[in-house]
Design a protein around this ligand. Structure first.
Ligand code: ZN
Length: 139
């Protein structure tokens, strides 16, 4: 794969510098059967430094995971060498099975079959609370 361009695929841009690998792992991009490139510390006018991930295939991205990890990233969809779509993502209103509640008395620690659901309660401060016990997820 040419690092500079992909014919058909996805470019995840404006990732906070050094966060690319975390996103790569969270999206399980290592399990794909296509080329994936992570560029770290790329120069950015807007951000100083940023990471970029290029995926040589059009896959369904988990926007909840992406939005939770880094709400400022931009997704570019590339088809036949041209960018056909560009969009921003935002913090998901709730996340399911991405983070775990750390409260030992929470019902999710005894009822293993329950989904781990966190609700966004403060968008500005990025505060998520467990749906069951309202414990705040600490970063
Ligand atoms: Zn809880």
């Amino acid at each position: 794969m040419n690092i500079d361009s992909i014919r058909n695929g996805i470019v995840i841009d404006h990732i906070k510098a050094k966060k690319g690998l975390e996103i790569y792992d969270a999206l399980k991009l290592g399990e794909l059967d296509c080329s994936v490139a992570i560029i770290t510390n790329a120069r950015s006018k807007k951000m100083g430094r940023k990471d970029i991930i290029k995926i040589d295939k059009n896959i369904d991205l988990d926007l909840d995971i992406l939005g939770y990890l880094d709400p400022n990233i931009t997704i570019n969809i590339i088809k036949d060498d041209e960018r056909v779509e560009k969009y921003h993502i935002e913090l998901p209103k709730q996340v399911v099975n991405i983070i775990k509640c750390k409260n030992p008395r929470c019902i999710t620690s005894t009822e293993q079959e329950l989904q781990q659901i966190f609700i966004l309660t403060d968008k500005e401060k990025k505060i998520y609370r467990c749906k069951y016990c309202e414990t705040i997820k600490e970063d």
